[in-house]
Structure formats: C-alpha cells, structure tokens
Design a protein around this ligand. Structure first.
Ligand SMILES: Cc1cc2nc3c(=O)[nH]c(=O)nc-3n(C[C@H](O)[C@H](O)[C@H](O)COP(=O)(O)O)c2cc1C
Length: 266
C-alpha cells in the first residue's frame, strides 16, 4: 500500500511525547510529513481531517493512567476515512494502564484503522533533578527502538495492497477504563526572584493557565500540573512548592526507579 504522506499528531507539554513521535517518523521516513502539534490551545481549535492515502500517528502522554481529558474533544472530532493509524502513549515509568487502549478506541470511532500501537517511556513530568524519575528518557536506546518501529510500520504498509487486509492490533487494557480523568486542583508552582517575566512559561502552557502579564499567577482551576512552565523556564525560576505534587515526585522517584522498556504491538 502506498502512503502519500504522514500526519504526526502530538500533545507534549514537556517534549518527551514529541521526541518519541519524531523518532517513529524517522523510521517511517515518509515523502512528506505534517507536524500537528496540539499542545497549545489554539492548535486544538482546528479539526483534523485525514484520508485513506495518509498515515496518521497519534501520540499522547499518559495522565493518571488515561488519555489527558482535555484532549478528548479534539481527538474525538478527528474525521478519518479508513486512515491507517499508529497509536502511541508515553508514560513516566509508572504505568500506562488503559491509556493505549483508550487512544486506539477513540481513533477507531473516528474512522481510523490502527496498524500499530506502542507505549514508550518519557521522563516523568514531576521528575526533578533531586527526585528524578525516568531521567533523560526517551534516551538513545528508546529513540532507536522508535525508529525501528517506524521501519516495521513502513514494511507492514508495503506488505498489503489494501487497508482491509489489516487485522485487529491487540493492546493491553480493559474497558470500562480504570485510571482517573479528574486531575488535581492544586497551587504548586513557586516562582523565585530569578523570574525575568520573559513570558515563555505562559507561551508554553497548554491550557493558558499562566498569566502572561504576571507569570507568578497561575490559574489552578485550569492548570493540568504538566510542569511545562517549570521545565521551560530559561532562568530556572519555577519549582514545585512543598505539597501534593512534590510529594508525588518523591514517591515516584522511590517506587518507580526500575527502568521499564518500550512495548509495541504490530
Ligand atoms: C497529571 C499527570 C499525570 C501523570 N500520570 C502518569 C501515570 O499515570 N503513569 C505514568 O507512568 N506517568 C504519568 N505521568 C507522566 C507523563 O506521562 C510522562 O512524564 C510523559 O513523558 C510526559 O509527556 P510530555 O513530555 O510529552 O509532556 C503523568 C504526568 C502528569 C502531568
């Protein structure tokens, strides 16, 4: 089956999901590739339409064992027509629970045909230099794995003449899904005097929770605790206050230090 182009969709507040998605795309090595970064709120105003001649890659991080709830509306509005699709989740070395199954079910409802699914590991959003979890991941080994997966996907597409020849790709998980879609409502960002009010944190926030005029003001109702503002601050002026998120960071560091490896289903 000839694929004219690849559409690479990712939501990636701290960049690990994007890195994995690009790794897979390297292996697919398509003629043309469109990057659809749905991290910023504006990008989620445009609906996505795809056809049978395109390959769609959908990559999201795992939040509380689920697809981040803020993406549901956009993902469920994808208009596909028998579009071969690669489903990817990236998780912080704890668990991905039913998130991969959830991505797969969502895209199938939109008219996509899953041809490969995979779970990768990314440095945990709550990881901090002192309480690191999955630090530096995806690393070189993960990205090599992603590239090999991309090549396998290409081979699989070349081995068939029509999308109707694709059989179901089985992934772990159960429905009704476990996990939690309601995130913590918590005031956890400390801003030090090093803050130069450059506004990068507000720009990087996927939900517009940081006030661009006064970046030390964070709307905790909107905040999804993704830590993009902390990790993207060029002055390192943002950190976690003592409390729930910092405690979680310590807990994750203690309990999930053993390296997990990527899994793919093709
Ligand atoms: C609110 C929230 C919930 C999370 N829940 C999980 C989880 O259930 N399991 C896990 O292993 N990692 C979890 N993570 C970590 C992210 O899945 C992981 O760090 C991912 O690599 C972040 O992707 P990004 O770099 O593209 O933002 C969570 C992160 C956040 C912010």
């Amino acid at each position: 089956m000839e694929i004219e182009s690849v559409k690479l969709v990712y939501f990636s507040p701290t960049g690990t999901t994007k890195a994995v998605a690009l790794g897979i795309a390297d292996g697919i090595n398509p003629g043309t590739m469109e990057l659809i970064d749905i991290t910023r709120p504006d990008a989620r105003k445009q609906p996505l339409m795809t056809s049978e001649n395109e390959l769609l890659v959908v990559a999201v991080p795992v939040y509380m064992g689920r697809v981040p709830a803020l993406l549901n509306e956009w993902l469920n509005a994808i208009q596909a027509h028998n579009t071969p699709t690669v489903c990817v989740v990236v998780y912080g070395n704890r668990v991905y629970d039913d998130a991969l199954l959830e991505v797969k079910n969502i895209v199938m409802k939109c008219g996509c045909i899953p041809i490969a699914c995979a779970a990768y590991i990314g440095e945990h959003s709550f990881s901090d230099p002192k309480t690191a979890t999955a630090q530096g991941r995806p690393d070189e080994k993960d990205l090599n794995h992603a590239e090999v997966l991309g090549r396998e996907i290409r081979k699989k597409l070349h081995s068939i003449s029509s999308i109707s020849q694709i059989s179901d790709v089985h992934v772990p998980g159960t429905y009704p899904y476990g996990g939690v879609t309601k995130l913590w409502i918590v005031d956890f960002i400390a801003v030090s005097d090093e803050c130069s009010q450059c506004g990068i944190c507000a720009e990087k926030c996927p939900v517009g929770a940081v006030d661009p005029e006064n970046p030390s003001l964070v709307d905790k109702e909107k905040c999804i605790t993704c830590c993009a503002c902390i990790k993207n601050c060029p002055q390192n002026a943002r950190s976690m206050k003592p409390g729930m998120v910092k405690d979680a960071s310590v807990r994750l560091h203690t309990l999930y230090s053993q390296r997990k490896e990527p899994e793919c289903f093709i």
